[in-house]
Design a protein. Sequence first.
Length: 234
Amino acid sequence: MKELIVFEDVVKEYGTKESKQIAVNHVNFTIEEGEFVVVLGQSGAGKSTVLNMLGGMDQPTSGSIRINGAEISRLNDNQMSNYRAENIGFIFQFYNLLPSLTAYENVALTREIVKDVIDPLELLEAVGLKEHRNKFPSQLSGGEQQRVSIARALSKNPKIILGDEPTGALDAETGVAVLELLQKMCKERKKTVIIVTHNAAFAQCADKVIRMRSGKIREITLNESPVPVSEVNW
Ligand SMILES: Nc1ncnc2c1ncn2[C@@H]1O[C@H](COP(=O)(O)OP(=O)(O)OP(=O)(O)O)[C@@H](O)[C@H]1O
Ligand SMILES: [Mg+2]
């Protein structure tokens, strides 16, 4: 497989010189195209910081982040915006849907940002919500809202899908269904999917597991034969 993402000696510091907080401390890893990656680690380990830098929502203090060979860590605001629009689909823990728009409209909204979008209906069907397309977020369950937000993230047809605890606000069963969908998108649509989770049980489903602690990489493991989410005995 082709190397898609390279983090090289990446550092992210917050605060002032006097009270410096090192959120990400000389981190190195690579992710290949089409990989399903799970990032694990305790609260404060630096997981979200890594994901936000990867998604072009934050920039490192030092080090190099390359996507498809292109350095993204030194882009200006405009270039960052283009990078996000063209490459990244982001799934949030609390869905971030617009309450006054229907499921369909929330997914179709991406048209405002990118030209070549996937048909919102096709995506709502893929996440099992075609019948619910005219409902507002308040009329949908948590799992359904998260599936709308996955459809929205996919609608730009991004190379990379990032999820920061995408199952964090869901009950166990619904969380598994959402994860199953993400694994399916990864395998069937050849997306590179990277999710942060607190649920270590998800590790067996990933191609690659990145374990973080105190801003550093503790361990990176490769699964020779990852388990399909649907076959895990939760
Ligand atoms: N904007 C910020 N300003 C200052 N410190 C920050 C900021 N963002 C993160 N940090 C600090 O950096 C460290 C790593 O934070 P991060 O959010 O990446 O952790 P996390 O692994 O995602 O934790 P959690 O599992 O709780 O979400 C924490 O100590 C946090 O307080
Ligand atoms: Mg976090």
